[in-house]
Design a binder for this molecule. Structure first.
Ligand code: T1G
Length: 692
């Protein structure tokens, strides 16, 4: 056969094994020999049944994403499944690891599916801006019903083997010895005899009576789609499975897929898929990572508690340190309450809650951190306080322990210099809530040892975080660009835009919310404290804070929040304040359009990203995209600020930055040299190396 597909015989059962590391993607060099094998075995008289299995850690995890955007090489997945469905003898998919996308669709082409108990099965194409293009939207509903299929396909979330068995997606679940069990299962089917109906012929679970409920659910998801096309297309294709004959539904799926795969949104989301993995490739493969068995967290407040939960959720024992028993107990109680809320919501079992809580040890004695391999401080955001903490850590932490600061802004080199072991010091900038938000900015200080850096990058992925290594500067990557994005917000208000108008431009762009709603949510006092520390002012926001209006937590900020509601309502006081301040500054309000708002917020942020690349604070433009999508809600369908700059047109961005720079004289608009280079070369990476 081939290096990627082999056939073995076990009695009358032929076992086809796919072996295409690392995830058995259905690359062309797999599809071609697989097709030959299936045609041969279909017609081979001595073969009574066919099992399709995979070598390595997982069943087929999907089509080969690197092939998208290139001419399709036949046979494609659909052709393989079509042949599978002409096989009269029993066909069985033996699923372990994660059968995803085209992998699950291949399995749906078989008469039967058997799974290892730890296996997961899903159709995550929506996360790539696609829909299942190998018949998944029309075959899956025939096994699990349209509503379950809708939920799986629009969420893209895999389900476990037990759930798949209960739903009718798999026919048997085995604990170990999967291939042998699959052969046994196939032999039983042979012994049972009779004819075997392929999934395409099973219409029993398709019920037109489900359409009203189906359409209601689709209406709900459309409200949350925020301009993304794939979820809507997924729903349409599953609906077609109910309302159209199989062949027509399959043809419609193919059309929807062809449109999505060629579109900018899928290109953007595929860019993010690979960018996330690229960002995590830190340190040569032969670097020996340090062993992390126990984690210490200093500070049991909002951030410290969230960080401690993030590690406990990843299975790490945590020593949580506070200055007083009262503060410690308050922190532990908050953690317990958070887990209890998850249990009440059904997203966490009582057992898992107990297991996680058992991982916590509380203390008020620094000496109790002596057995920790990684210690993260999440104390007050002031350099003197941080230096005191690191001085004390230096005295108690064991040799080789990694000492991490959770600072959002401060100079990690200066913090490292307050210890005798700067090689072990780095930043772990978690985003609040730290146990929820995916992004983890890992700050590489000048003297951080390569193995320390590689250790925490790998650790970040183990606890489900998306790591991006950044250099030392004020605000690193995310917050530095956030400052650039917000630098004109007040000017726009004084010149005539309202907070709700600006926020609307952002939500129309695809952001979950705009800057003023976000400020009210996070608390205006945080930004106020940062500005005061840096001798900066923001007329409107400072005035609101001086009057005690911090946003949601005080019932009013840029918006009003009636009776504890979290729904923002326009705030007449703010509109009056803006008018007064504009008059005081001799500014005559004017109508401001959406385009100008985009140019004066998002373009400066891209410009700052270019400066970050020039200064090598970020290794590559796609790292910046990963920061913004995972830390700040940049719309995935636009691929992150730097990818979107390509869609928007770097020339256009430069032209408008020049315009606003001439008009305002503000540096935030002065195009970075790299930006001009990218306009010529058309690519961030090449231009970066030329300027670095
Ligand atoms: N195609 C090509 N390469 C892939 C790949 C894929 N489908 N999946 C993973 N890789 C690469 C990845 O880039 C990395 O490469 C290495 O494998 C290890 O991945 C027709 C259209 C399976 C859960 O969306 O979710 O089928 O960086 O670091 O953390 O309807 O990979 O080492 O060079 O992620 O253990 C649908 C995508 C495709 C699944 C394993 N399938 N993959 O996670 O390893 S579209 C997916 C994953 C499709 C059909 C449609 C994860 C994983 P490198 P990794 P991991």
């Amino acid at each position: 056969m081939s290096n990627f597909v082999s056939v073995a015989r076990d009695g009358g059962v032929a076992v086809v094994t796919i072996d295409n590391p690392p995830v058995n993607a259905l690359s062309f060099h797999v599809r071609e020999p697989l097709m030959h094998a299936l045609v041969w075995l279909r017609d081979e008289p001595g073969v009574a049944a066919i099992v399709i299995a995979c070598a390595g850690r997982t069943f087929v995890a999907g089509a080969d994403i690197t092939e998208f955007g290139k001419p399709v090489q036949q046979p494609d997945l659909r052709a393989i499944i079509a042949v599978l469905e002409t096989v009269a003898k029993p066909t069985v998919a033996a699923i372990h690891g994660t059968a995803l996308g085209g992998g699950l669709e291949l399995a749906l082409g078989c008469h039967f599916r058997v799974a290892d108990a730890a296996a997961k099965l899903g159709l995550p194409e929506v996360k790539l801006g696609l829909l299942p293009g190998g018949g998944g939207t029309v075959r899956l509903p025939r096994l699990v019903g349209a509503l379950k299929a809708l939920s799986m396909i629009v969420s893209g979330t895999p389900i476990g083997a037990a759930e798949a068995l209960a739903a009718g997606l798999v026919d048997a679940v085995f604990e170990g010895g999967l291939t042998a069990q699959a052969v046994g299962f196939a032999s039983e089917m042979v012994d049972k005899g009779g004819s075997f109906t392929p999934v395409r012929g099973r219409d029993g679970r398709l019920d037109q009576a489900e359409l009203p409920e189906f359409d209601t659910q689709v209406g709900e998801l459309a409200k949350k789609a925020r301009g993304l096309e794939a979820p809507i297309a997924c729903a349409q294709s599953v609906r077609n499975a109910i309302t159209l004959p199989f062949k027509e539904a399959l043809a419609a799926e193919r059309e929807l897929f062809a449109k999505l795969v060629a579109g900018d949104q899928s290109r953007a989301q595929r860019h993010l898929f690979f960018a996330e993995r690229e960002a995590a490739k830190v340190g040569a493969k032969d670097i020996v990572r340090r062993k992390i068995a126990r984690v210490g967290v200093i500070g049991a407040g909002t951030m410290g508690g969230g960080i401690a939960m993030a590690f406990a959720n990843g299975g790490f024992p945590v020593t949580l340190l506070e200055t007083t028993q009262e503060a410690l107990q308050r922190g532990l109680a908050t953690i317990e309450k958070n887990y209890a809320v998850s249990v009440a919501r059904g997203s966490l079992s009582e057992d898992t809650k107990r297991q996680r809580l058992d991982l916590f040890k509380g203390s008020t004695d620094y000496g109790d951190l002596a057995d920790c391999d990684l210690i993260v401080e999440a104390v007050f955001e002031e350099m003197a306080v941080k230096k005191d903490v690191f001085g004390r850590l230096d005295a108690v932490a064991k040799p080789g322990a990694i000492l991490a600061t959770n600072t959002s802004y401060l100079d990690v080199n200066e913090i490292a210099a307050s210890t005798s072991r700067p090689q072990d010091v780095l930043g772990l900038h978690f985003f609040s809530p730290a146990n929820v938000m995916k992004l983890l900015e890992i700050v590489r200080a000048e003297k951080t040892a390569p193995d320390a850096l590689a250790t925490v990058v790998e650790l970040a992925r183990r606890i489900g975080k998306v790591p991006v290594v950044v250099g030392v500067c004020h605000g690193f990557v995310g917050n530095r660009m956030l400052a650039a994005r917000g630098s004109e917000s007040e000017a726009l208000l004084l010149e005539g835009a309202t907070p709700q108008q600006i926020d609307q431009v952002f939500t129309d762009f695809g952001w979950p919310m705009g800057p003023f709603q976000m400020g009210d949510l996070a608390g205006l006092d945080i930004g106020w404290r940062n500005r005061k520390a840096r001798g900066q002012t923001a007329i409107i926001a400072d005035t609101l804070c001086e009057q005690g209006h911090f946003g949601q937590k005080t019932g009013s900020g840029f918006y009003r929040y009636e009776n504890g509601s979290r729904t923002p309502a326009p705030n007449p006081q703010v509109e009056a304040l803006i008018r007064d301040k504009a008059a005081e500054n001799g500014i005559a309000p004017r109508a401001i359009g959406a385009e100008e708002i985009i140019e004066r917020t998002l373009y400066p942020m891209i410009n700052e990203g270019a400066k970050i690349l020039e200064e090598k604070i970020a290794a590559r433009a796609s790292d910046i995209d990963i920061v913004w999508v995972n830390g700040y809600g940049f719309p995935v369908g636009k691929g992150g600020p730097m990818f979107w700059a390509g869609l928007e047109g770097v020339d256009k961005i430069i032209g408008r930055l020049d315009h606003w720079h001439e008009r305002t004289g503000k540096d935030v608009f002065k195009p970075a040299p790299l930006l001009r280079q990218v306009a010529e070369t058309g690519a961030w990476e090449g231009a970066t190396s030329q300027t670095a």
